[in-house]
Design a binder for this molecule. Sequence first.
Ligand code: SAM
Length: 218
Amino acid sequence: MNRTLEPELMDDAAQVLAYAAADFSQENQGFVDRFCEYFQDFSEGHVLDFGCGPGDIPIRFARAVPGCRMTGIDASAPMVRLAEATVQQAGLSGRITFRCERFQAVALGEPADAAISNSLLHHVPNPLQFWHKLRLALKPGSPVLVMDLLRPASPEEALAIVDRYASGAPDILKMDFYNSLLAAFTEDEVAAQLAEMNLSRLMIDVPDDRHWIVGGLV
Ligand SMILES: C[S@@+](CC[C@H](N)C(=O)[O-])C[C@H]1O[C@@H](n2cnc3c(N)ncnc32)[C@H](O)[C@@H]1O
């Protein structure tokens, strides 16, 4: 099955509210725990979260690595407004700030010390822009962890995955999940992107039936 693009930004108000209300705690905490497990020496510095959404991962990351400060980048204004409010409620505004800009265009100044990104890449028409920006934005040798969905072999398989993991979710979330699966990349495509960007030193893992994870030092 070929990739079917979905809108790059999540800026529809109902979609943002439904996404922010969904319980991704296990997946998001698992992502942060994996970073801490991969990069046990990482304890401080500036961390970028590309496509940070409603801010749950930056909050979990800031709690797990108390020496870091974070910049979340997301070009959806309603998403960033929600993220700022959630971070303020969590008492972390002093350590987590946001840039409401497309990552392709954001000027970040001094290179950062680490980067994370969950569920952004499938939104992006040209994935090479993402890997290029990731490398440009970081000091050489910085840790990165990137996770996203795997594109299944057929629309039927995508529907079966939605049924398996989101049968009780609101319709708007189920539709988002289905569209995201159709827009996602396969493991081979991600490997080809890394090779093209001279980033093959990053390792790809497929931890379950619907995700790939890329991690390592850039
Ligand atoms: C599926 S959400 C993931 C949010 C968050 N990382 C999480 O795991 O909960 C993807 C987010 O990426 C944002 N996004 C998509 N394309 C972007 C771009 N080019 N620059 C910045 N943000 C983008 C969307 O607006 C959306 O909030």
